[in-house]
Design a protein around this ligand. Structure first.
Ligand code: FAD
Length: 310
C-alpha cells in the first residue's frame, strides 16, 4: 500500500489516462481566495463544468494544469480523457501547462445550487510554478483539472481495511488539507492519533471531527530541512505512546524521505502491520513534480513493493 512522490504524481496522471470513465476534464474558475494560516492559501473554484464533479472525500486528489508564460488562463488542446496525456506531453515546452497534484479539501453545493471546490495551497515560494500561481490567483482566472466524475475512484487513497479501529496519521503541510478532509469524515468512536508537521505556529489550523482525536503538532524549526527535519519528526513519534489496544491503520503523506522514515518506524519499531500502512510521498525535497514524473516514467522510482525500502 504505497506510493512514492513520483508514483503519486504518475498515478494521478495514469489514473486519469486509463480510467477515463472515472475522471474527466474540468474548467475551474477562481471565485475567491482566503489566507488560512502563515503558509496556506485557500482557493475556492466554481464553474459550470463542476456540476459533474464528484469528490470521493477523504484524501481525494486531482491533477491541476496551470498556465505558463504570460497566459492568464490554461490552454490545453481539446482531447479525449483517455488520450490527453500524449497530447499534453507532445506540446512544446513553452506552451505546455504545468501539471500538479492537489487535494480536494471540500466540495459543496451553494444555496443557489452551484458547485464549489476548495483547494488549500501551501505557499512555499515564487520560484515554484504552483505556489507562484496560487499566490497570484485572482477572481476570474481559469485553470483546467482532471478530477473525479465518480466518487469511488483510485485517487482516494485513504481506504481503511475492515477490522481496523484506530487511525494513525502523519502529515506535513502539503498533506494537512487531506488529513483535515479525512478527519471531517471519520465517524464518532474512531480513535485517531495524529502528528501534523507545519512550518509555522500559525499553520496549526483548527480541525473538525467527530472522531476521538489526539493531535501532536510539530512546528518545524526555521531552516531545518532534510535529515534534521526527519529526525525531529521521528523524535516526536518515539516519545509518543501508541494506543495499547486496537488494530491500527496508518495513513502517512508528505515529503517522501520523511514518509519513508515514519513508515519504517511504525513497521519496524512499533510492529504496525505493513499491509495496514498507506503512505504517499506528496513531494520530494529538491525535485519538482516534472522530475518525479520523469523518474516514474523512466522506471527509476523506488519499487511499489512495500518491503523494498525498509
Ligand atoms: C496526491 C497529492 C496531493 C497533494 N495535495 C496537496 C495540497 O492539497 N496542497 C499542497 O500545497 N500540496 C499538495 N501536494 C503537494 C504538491 O503537489 C507539491 O508540493 C508540488 O511540488 C507543488 O508544486 P510547485 O510547482 O509549487 O513546486 P515544484 O515545482 O513541484 O517544486 C519546486 C521545488 O520546491 C520543492 N517543494 C515542493 N513542494 C514544496 C513545499 N510544500 N514546501 C517546500 N518545498 C517544496 C520541491 O522539492 C522542488 O525543489 C499534493 C501532492 C500529491 C501527490
Amino acid at each position: 500500500m504505497t506510493a512514492t512522490a513520483s508514483d503519486a504524481a504518475a498515478s494521478d496522471a495514469a489514473d486519469a489516462a486509463t480510467a477515463a470513465a472515472h475522471f474527466r476534464f474540468f474548467t475551474l474558475e477562481v471565485l475567491r481566495t482566503r489566507r488560512l494560516g502563515h503558509s496556506f492559501l485557500r482557493v475556492t473554484f466554481g464553474g459550470e463544468s463542476l456540476a459533474a464533479f464528484r469528490s470521493g472525500g477523504y484524501d481525494q486528489s486531482l491533477s491541476l494544469f496551470l498556465p505558463v508564460g504570460d497566459q492568464e488562463h490554461t490552454e490545453l488542446p481539446s482531447t479525449a480523457e483517455d488520450t490527453w496525456f500524449g497530447a499534453w506531453r507532445g506540446m512544446p515546452d513553452e506552451a505546455r501547462p504545468v501539471m500538479r497534484s492537489y487535494t480536494v479539501r471540500e466540495q459543496r453545493r451553494t444555496g443557489a445550487g452551484e458547485v464549489e471546490v476548495d483547494i488549500d495551497f501551501v505557499l512555499h515560494g515564487d520560484s515554484s510554478p504552483a505556489s507562484r500561481w496560487a499566490g497570484r490567483a485572482v477572481t476570474g482566472r481559469r485553470i483546467m483539472a482532471i478530477g473525479p466524475a465518480v466518487a469511488e475512484n483510485k485517487s482516494v487513497r485513504f481506504q481503511r481495511p475492515e477490522g481496523t479501529d484506530t487511525v494513525l496519521m502523519y502529515a506535513d503541510e502539503t498533506a494537512l488539507p487531506a488529513a483535515a478532509a479525512i478527519l471531517d469524515r471519520l465517524p464518532a468512536g474512531t480513535r485517531v492519533k495524529a502528528w501534523f508537521e507545519v512550518p509555522h505556529p500559525d499553520d496549526r489550523l483548527s480541525l473538525h471531527t467527530l472522531a476521538d482525536q489526539e493531535v501532536t503538532w510539530i512546528v518545524r524549526e526555521q531552516g531545518a530541512g532534510g535529515p534534521a527535519r526527519t529526525e525531529r519528526v521521528l523524535s516526536a513519534l518515539r516519545a509518543a505512546q501508541l494506543p495499547a489496544e486496537g488494530t491500527p491503520y496508518a495513513w502517512l503523506a508528505g515529503e517522501a524521505g520523511t514518509i519513508r522514515a515514519v513508515r519504517r518506524h511504525l513497521v519496524q519499531e512499533r510492529s504496525v502491520d505493513r499491509r495496514a500502512v498507506r503512505f504517499t510521498g506528496y513531494w520530494r525535497l529538491g525535485a519538482s513534480e516534472e522530475q518525479l514524473l520523469a523518474e516514474a516514467y523512466a522506471g527509476q522510482a523506488p519499487s511499489e513493493d512495500p518491503a523494498s525500502d525498509l
